[in-house]
Design a protein around this ligand. Structure first.
Ligand SMILES: *Cc1c(COP(=O)(O)O)cnc(C)c1O
Length: 229
């Protein structure tokens, strides 16, 4: 299958999932997770109308950002972020989706104060409680939000990685939890009302995420094929 066919399949899956719950498919953006994928395939995806790309590793992102310069890509950072890589992330990403701990917020403040930039971020929450996953605990969201200097950081929403199981009930429960956390954060004014993004759902569980309110699915293997690593 070609990349353009795979993208069409993703869009059909989203439309079908939306149809079931009477949701407008236009509310769901597709971000392509581009780890291990080289520029020629990324250009094919751009030619198929995709422009939201997410990278996990700074070292891997920088040459790709350069190779695709001028093509209108909106880069997000979606991987585990280290404090010493924050300056690089700010340099190319329009949004950092993986903000999950105070030390990263501190580093972001420090770097952003040097520039006059305001950075879009999402709070990554570990809704499944799996030890292998990044993300702050659901109970830690309030405290994390309180540490954010809103003059330099703009929280646009929340991100999570679904539970590592094919049990629909468990996976959907996690996505529903992120949605509740977001609603609560807005209601209690931990974040602004504009923090509406829910970045959740990947190749294997995007229908469940869409049905639980996802506004952005992050898709890699279903578009580019299985990664070797
Ligand atoms: C790789 C990755 C994805 C996409 O995963 P697939 O299963 O290939 O669709 C989504 N989000 C994050 C954070 C990733 O690292």
């Amino acid at each position: 299958m070609s990349i353009s066919e795979n993208i069409r399949t993703i869009q059909t899956r989203i439309t079908t999932a939306c149809y079931v719950i009477n949701r407008n498919p236009a509310e769901v953006k597709v971000l392509l997770a581009t780890k291990t994928i080289q520029p020629p395939l990324l250009i094919e995806a751009l030619d198929s109308g995709m422009f939201l790309f997410g990278e996990n590793r700074i070292q891997e992102a920088l040459p790709k950002v350069q190779a695709l310069d001028g093509r209108g890509v909106e880069w997000h950072f979606i991987g585990h972020l280290q404090s010493n890589k924050v300056a690089d992330a700010i340099g190319f990403a329009q949004c950092i989706q993986s903000v999950d701990r105070p030390s990263i917020i501190k580093s972001l403040h420090k770097e952003l104060e040097k520039s006059s930039k305001i950075m879009d971020i999402m709070i990554e929450v570990n809704v499944s409680g799996e030890a292998s996953k990044s993300g702050c605990t659901p109970d830690g969201v309030e405290e994390l939000c309180r540490q954010i200097d809103t003059s330099v950081l703009n929280v646009v929403g929340f991100m999570t990685i679904g539970a590592n199981t094919d049990d629909e009930v468990i996976v959907r429960r996690g996505f529903a939890k992120l949605r509740r956390i977001q609603a609560q954060a807005i209601e209690k004014e931990w974040v602004r009302e504009s923090a509406t993004e829910l970045s959740m759902g990947m190749s294997h569980d995007l229908e469940w995420a869409v049905q639980e309110g996802s506004t952005m699915v992050r898709v890699g293997s279903a578009v580019f094929g299985n990664r070797k690593i």
